[in-house]
Structure formats: structure tokens, C-alpha cells
Unconditional design. Structure first.
Lengths: 200, 200
């Protein structure tokens, strides 16, 4: 095998990243070798800076380099609605639609007894404190995935929010837009019938 | 969109890498955020060290951190056979088979008039000089891919090697092991008939 140590080490670093196989890792190594030394130094500095300076937003727990993230700090966002999501990637997904102008709360995980993750291991307490402190909040959208863990987490949070007298909603789940019904699974079809909308 | 600048910059760095889409890039960013600061520093140092210390082997032109790479410097390798490949990734592919014990020569590209890459842009000269200097070399295997550029490069090198009185061979091309003939393309089937082997 290829014995050059640092090259091998770098390939291992890349292949340890999520979704990167050994072949892609080596492609990335050779890509790095073709870059200017200055560019690689810049990449290295960005990595260190991101790792050192990124913290969680004091309000929504999303990653940020400031005390408060750019969404929570944006005066134009509607602070009356909080969309509760599993992780920062979900925030990106919602933001890409350019159609949600409320704020978020990032749980950084879902309740999962099998993996030993209880309600205290994810940012539920921070959500409740935030809502209790902020009397403007009118609605909380529970936007976790429709998986066992996602449902359980949503139900758990809904129970906690019940006494607070605010609207608690859940995303609509049904047939994906652009997909074919023949390929949808049973549970999705069942949900799409249960939650059908009247047309006329 | 997600406005945290360094995070966005790091996602861009990752998505600029070969085969990495925007979604994978963000996954990698969040992976980095979950790592210890020390581990990230180590990654950054490896990147810089690889970029600074990697050079081309004086003999075979493959990437190495020494003057001579670990394969060319290995006394157990058969120095009489040189396998000529397009790039360092191909060396890894051959090495993984654990069945070739000769040495390599890495061209770092293929002749491609469309892309403006002539014979001087790739390491052909170094191969010829190496063979002329080293009287032990008995065979050169032209192991470029069976694409237009790969064939053209192999034919070009074969012509240069003709006066040197050594065996020049090309890899066998045919139906891939484990694949089904119904899915093979016409050229592959044609080659597999042309180069058929007598059994009895």
C-alpha cells in the first residue's frame, strides 16, 4: 500500500468525515496537493478559527460566532414564532425555502432511549426557559422528523408546553411534492389520508 | 440563509473539493464543530504539512515526502518492470490488488489536445530518461485507461519506447469480472472478442 505517512494520515482524516469513503478521501488529498500552499494555509486557519470561535447562540442554540446568531439578531424576523428543529442542518433546509420568517430553536439531538439520550441531553430546558422569559412568543412549531425519535421528542415537548397557553403545531406530513404515490410507504399514505384537505 | 461567515467559508472550502456537494459540505462542517479543538488543530497541521512537504519522487514522479518514494525505495520491488499510470490514485488501485510487485511511473495526466495538454505537459520525458539511464528495465506496462486520451497517450509512449528494445505491454481490456455481459458496452464486448483466450 501507499506508505507516505502524512498523506495516509490526511486520507484517514477525510475518510473519517461523514459520507466520505476511502476513494473520495484520496481524491480530496490529491486535490489538496494541487492547491497553492497559501490556499492550504487559509483552509487550515479557517478550520482552527471555526473550531475555536463557534459557540451556541444564547437564544436558539444554533451555531454562531457571536453571542446571538444572525437569525435571532435580525430585527426583521418574527420573534412570535419558534420553529423547533433537531439540528443546525435543518435550519439551513428551512432557510433555503425562503418562506419561513420566524426564528428557530435547535435541540441538537432527539430523545432516544435506545441510544441513551434523554430529555436532559438535548436543548429542551433552554427552549422552555426562553419561552417562559419571552412573553411575545405565540406559536411553537415542532419540526422534528416523522421518525420514532422525532415523534417522541415532539410529544414530550408538547406536553411541557401545554400549561403555557401558546399555540403548539407540528409540520404537515404526507406525500412528498413531485414524488409518485406508488413509491410512497404505507405510513406516509396513511398520514396523507388522515390529514387530507377539503378542496370544494 | 445561514450568515455565520467562517462556517459558510468552511462549507465553501469543502464543497469546492471533488465530489462534495453543498449538503455533504455542511455535514462535514458540523462534524468539525463536534471535534475537540486539539483534533482540529492536528487536522490543520496535517494539511499544512502535506502541502509543504509533499514532492514528486525523483524516480517515478509519484507523491512522496522523501526524495524517493516508498515503492521505488523498496529493495523487494522488481525494478525490471515499470507500470505507467495516469495519476497517483491509479497506483493505489494497483497496490490494493497486492499482486503487482514491479514499480510505477506516474504521468500526472494524459495527452489531451482538446484540453491543451501535450506530451510535454505530462511526465513522459522523465520516464524516457529513467529507462535510458537504467539498463535493468525489461518491460514497460502502459496502464492508462482505455479512453481516447488513455489510448493516445499509450500509443505515443509506445512509439518513443520502440527503439529502446524493451518489452512494451498494455493492460488487458474486456468484460469486468463480476459484471453481466448484457450491461457491457459495445466497445468492451468487441475488445473481449478480439482478445479472446484459447481454453482447450
Amino acid at each position: 500500500m501507499y506508505k507516505e505517512n502524512n498523506l495516509k494520515k490526511l486520507a484517514k482524516i477525510f475518510s473519517d468525515m461523514p459520507g466520505i469513503g476511502v476513494k473520495s478521501a484520496w481524491k480530496m488529498v490529491f486535490y489538496i496537493l494541487k492547491l497553492d500552499k497559501e490556499k492550504v494555509l487559509e483552509i487550515a486557519n479557517t478550520l482552527v478559527s471555526v473550531s475555536k470561535n463557534t459557540k451556541k447562540c444564547r437564544i436558539c442554540q444554533n451555531y454562531t460566532e457571536e453571542e446571538i446568531c444572525s437569525i435571532c439578531g435580525d430585527a426583521k424576523r418574527n420573534k412570535e414564532i419558534i420553529c423547533v428543529v433537531e439540528n443546525p442542518r435543518d435550519v439551513i433546509s428551512f432557510e433555503k425555502t425562503n418562506s419561513f420568517f420566524g426564528t428557530y430553536h435547535v435541540l441538537h439531538g432527539l430523545i432516544s432511549p435506545i441510544e441513551g439520550i434523554g430529555p436532559r441531553e438535548i436543548a429542551i430546558k433552554e427552549l422552555i426557559i426562553n419561552i417562559k422569559k419571552n412573553k411575545n412568543i405565540k406559536e411553537v412549531i415542532l419540526a422534528t422528523s416523522p421518525t420514532t425519535e422525532g415523534e417522541a421528542t415532539a410529544m414530550y415537548i408538547a406536553k411541557l408546553l401545554k400549561p403555557l397557553n401558546i399555540v403548539v403545531s407540528r409540520l404537515a406530513y404526507g406525500i412528498s411534492i413531485g414524488s409518485e404515490i406508488q413509491y410512497a410507504d404505507n405510513m406516509t399514505i396513511l398520514k396523507s389520508i388522515e390529514n387530507r384537505n377539503k378542496l370544494i
